[in-house]
Design a protein around this ligand. Structure first.
Ligand code: MN
Length: 394
C-alpha cells in the first residue's frame, strides 16, 4: 500500500526500525519511511523539539499554523534535496507504534445505510431509524486505553453471552469488525463550558486514520440496554499507523448527502466535509488466501467530521489534542458494500463463501485488513490512507 504515499500525502507515523529501537516521528514517502529529527537543520522556523520526538503528540499540541508550516517546509526540502540517507529506511522494515497518545475516544454511528441495515435486522416491524437519528450524530464514549496500532493481535474477548437459560460466560462466538474512518484532534483545547463553532473545525482536525472497531455482538446484545456499548467494544480498537493530514485530503473533499430535515443551526456548515475515500475489507483465514469481502466509500456518510466535532463540544465538553473520533461503521445499501460481518451475512442468513472456508463471524487465526485511498475523480494523485490489520487469537 505504499502506492499513494506521495509528497502530496506525507502522512505522519511513530516508527521503530528494530524491535529494541526507540520509536521516532517519521513521514512515509513512496516506499520509504523518513525520520524527521535529522531534517531539523533544514527546516527554518520549525521548533526542533516538535519533530525530534517519538510520535505526533508535540505537534498535535501546536496550532494549525505550525502544522501547515511544517508540512510546507517538509514538502519543499524533500522535493528539492530528498531525504538525508541516514534518515530513510524501507517501509517494509518499519515497525509501527501508536502514532499519538490517544486521549478521549468517541465512536459515532454516522452511516445512514448502516443504521438502517441494523434497524431492519433488529426492529423489522418498526421504522429502522430511531427518532433522534436525523437530528444529531449519535455516538458514545469508548475506551482509549485499548486503542492499538495495526499489526497488534486481538485476543478473542470473554464475557457474558445471552442464552435460552440465561447468560453464560466464555469466549465471544459473534466476533465482528467495523470498518470506520477516524480523525484526530489537535490545537489548543477549548475552555470547559465553551463550545467549538462548526466553522472552527478546520483548526482542530489534524488528520485521519483507518479504524477497525472490533465488536463482540453477543456480549454487546446482552449488555447494551439501557446505557449503550460497553465490554463488547472496549477490548480492542485498531487504527492504521499513518495519520494522513487534513491538508492532504483537500482535493478529495466533496459535498455529503443532502440532510433532511435540515440540522439545527450549530450543526450547519456550507463547506464540503465529506471525503471521497475508497475503502476495502479483506479477510484471510489462517492457511488460506486473503479475499476482499467489502468495498465501499466514505463520501456517503450522513454526518461529517465537522458536525461530529461541533456536536461533541456543543455542551461545553473539552476537546484535547490527541482525541480520536471514529465515524461509525461505513456501509452502503448494496450487498458487498457493508462494513461489518453482521450486515454482510445479514445476521448469519447468508454466510460468506471464502476460498475454502465459510464465515459468519470471525474465527481464531483470521486476519482482517482494511485499506483506504482517495478516489480518482479529482484528477490528481490518489492519497493512500494505508492499512489497518489485525489477527484474531483464541
Ligand atoms: Mn463502531
Amino acid at each position: 500500500m505504499a502506492d499513494g504515499f506521495t509528497l502530496a500525502n506525507l502522512p505522519y507515523g511513530s516508527i521503530r526500525r528494530a524491535p529494541a529501537a526507540e520509536a521516532r516521528l517519521c513521514v512515509a514517502l513512496g516506499t520509504e519511511a523518513i525520520e524527521l529529527a535529522p531534517l531539523a537543520k533544514r527546516l527554518d522556523g520549525i521548533p526542533p523539539e516538535l519533530i525530534d520526538a517519538p510520535n505526533l503528540d508535540r505537534l498535535l499540541a501546536a496550532d494549525a499554523i505550525v502544522w501547515a508550516e511544517l508540512r510546507e517546509a517538509l514538502q519543499r526540502t524533500l522535493a528539492a534535496d530528498g531525504p538525508p540517507p541516514e534518515a530513510s529506511f524501507p517501509l517494509d522494515d518499519a515497525l509501527p507504534c501508536l502514532p499519538f497518545t490517544v486521549g478521549d475516544y468517541v465512536d459515532f454511528y454516522s452511516s445512514l445505510e448502516h443504521a438502517t441495515n441494523l434497524g431492519r435486522m433488529f426492529r423489522p416491524d418498526a421504522d429502522p431509524l430511531l427518532p433522534n437519528w436525523r437530528h444529531l450524530p449519535v455516538g458514545y464514549h469508548g475506551r482509549s486505553g485499548t486503542v492499538v496500532v495495526s499489526g497488534t493481535p486481538v485476543r478473542r474477548p470473554r464475557g457474558q453471552r445471552p442464552g435460552p437459560d440465561g447468560p453464560t460466560w466464555g469466549p465471544s462466538a459473534r466476533l465482528d469488525i467495523e470498518l470506520e474512518l477516524g480523525f484526530v484532534t489537535a490545537g489548543a483545547p477549548n475552555q470547559l463550558g465553551e463550545p467549538i463553532p462548526i466553522d472552527r473545525a478546520r483548526e482542530r482536525i489534524f488528520g485521519f486514520v483507518l479504524v477497525n472497531d472490533w465488536s463482540a455482538r453477543d456480549i454487546q446484545a446482552w449488555e447494551y440496554q439501557p446505557l449503550g456499548p460497553f465490554l463488547g467494544k472496549s477490548f480492542a480498537t485498531s487504527i492504521s499507523p499513518w495519520v494522513v493530514p487534513l491538508a492532504a485530503l483537500e482535493a478529495h473533499r466533496v459535498a455529503g448527502p443532502a440532510q433532511d430535515p435540515s440540522p439545527l443551526e450549530y450543526l450547519r456548515t456550507s463547506e464540503p466535509w465529506a471525503f471521497d475515500i475508497e475503502l476495502e475489507v479483506a479477510l484471510q483465514p489462517a492457511g488460506h488466501p486473503s479475499r476482499t469481502i467489502a468495498r465501499t466509500n466514505a463520501r456517503e456518510l450522513y454526518w461529517n467530521p465537522a458536525q461530529q466535532l461541533a456536536h461533541v463540544a456543543s455542551n461545553g465538553a473539552i476537546v484535547r489534542p490527541g482525541d480520536l473520533y471514529a465515524s461509525g461503521t461505513i456501509s452502503g445499501s448494496h450487498n458487498g458494500t457493508q462494513g461489518s460481518l453482521i450486515e454482510l451475512t445479514w445476521n448469519g442468513e447468508r454466510p460468506l463463501q471464502l476460498n475454502g472456508a465459510a464465515r459468519i463471524f470471525l474465527e481464531d487465526g483470521d486476519t482482517v485488513t482494511i485499506s483506504g485511498r482517495t478516489g480518482a475523480e479529482a484528477g490528481g494523485e490518489r492519497v493512500a490512507l494505508g492499512q489497518v490489520s489485525g489477527q484474531i487469537l483464541g
